[in-house]
Design a protein around this ligand. Structure first.
Ligand code: FMN
Length: 159
């Protein structure tokens, strides 16, 4: 295989950036995620690629539910705060205030662009990232501005 073509083409897949939140047995996940796409209209399904050895995946497997907070185009500095594990302090995570989501009381960052509240319907464990298939149960759009696109950040995740 042409390794450099493979790397470049995979990095060219467009992605936005999100903060995923979940909680199980008192342990939280709050992580910057880029590998996400829609996978079905009915039911509304999305798929995520989640690092198999991450705290986030450990929490997700137990919680079965998560919130995907959409970052706005001017929120690169916030994305950077969730590259490593952080636990909530009162009603903030990494200094970002949140409110509970409607169904499973998971952190929703109201100053971000919107969120999806999801429940996991399947997990495919095959590579260094697990494929998490989830149904969208709730959604809220907070601001109509653009989203934070991975391509605009100068960061890479993929290849
Ligand atoms: C630009 C960028 C995009 C990322 N996208 C993903 C992703 O799609 N899936 C994932 O599992 N981790 C992704 N990560 C890594 C997580 O942000 C990070 O590993 C995780 O929050 C920390 O792992 P932990 O859950 O063990 O604390 C990305 C990191 C960066 C810098």
């Amino acid at each position: 295989m042409n390794e450099s073509a493979k790397k470049k083409l995979l990095q060219l897949i467009p992605h936005a950036l999100y903060i995923l939140t979940a909680e199980a047995n008192g342990k939280h996940a709050a992580s910057t995620i880029s590998w996400m796409t829609q996978a079905s209209f009915k039911p509304p399904l999305i798929v995520l690629g989640v690092r198999a050895d991450s705290v986030t995946f450990e929490v997700l497997k137990q919680s079965k539910n998560f919130v995907l907070n959409y970052l706005g185009e001017d929120q690169k500095a916030i994305a950077q705060k969730f590259f490593k594990h952080v636990e909530p302090i009162d009603n903030t995570i990494a200094g970002e205030p949140f409110v509970p989501s409607p169904l499973h009381k998971l952190p929703v960052f109201t100053h971000m662009a919107g969120y999806l509240e999801c429940t996991i319907v399947d997990i495919v464990e095959h590579g260094d990232h697990a494929v998490v298939v989830a149904e969208v149960l709730e959604a809220e759009l907070s601001q109509a501005n653009g989203l934070l696109l991975l391509s605009s950040t100068g960061w890479n995740y993929g290849g």
